[in-house]
Write a protein that binds this ligand. Sequence first.
Ligand SMILES: [Zn+2]
Length: 203
Amino acid sequence: MRRIAVTIDCEHPDKPHFGPNDLSDVLDVVTGANLPLTFFVQGSWASARPESVKRIVDAGYGIGSHSYWHAQLPMLTDDGVRFDIGLAKDIIETVCGRPQLPLLRPPYGVADGRVRRIAAEFGYRLVDWDLDSVDWDHGQSVETFVENAFAAGSGSLLVHSWPRHTADSIGALVAAAKQHDAVFVELDEFLDSRDTPSVTRSA
Ligand SMILES: [Zn+2]
């Protein structure tokens, strides 16, 4: 049985042809679907869309950090990394009303030992992903999203909040699970084997 933990990075789109997404269509799709989800929220997105973050919290999903500015963290000075991670943490906790998951997904999946050490000062461990939906690729279809999600074995799946097909893709993913002998699980299942990302990814 294939086990997949769906994770959604909530962030401002970095591609001009994508409009802003308040995630309401995604949350509409997953409501009542009994689908475990983990959200990694960019701090500046949380400050721009507090009502979306509250809706995620109220639905009972866990929220980790996706930094504040979505910079490549190894490019920042020590103080820069601290400022970015600390600011995101403060905003997420303020909007959520309480501390959230002690997990940080570094933007682009890029980090090093220094970033990991500083993140640990804030109680965060770094988390990347196992399976890439490639939903950041302009023009990708719902069908390709589902193919990519089921292209490898079990693991955590990277999904983004802003592509125009995200809600439909998640709906299609859930609908196709049985046919691919897949079940959806919490991210916890894969945390023991996943750790610091060390290579630049494309998302
Ligand atoms: Zn991101």
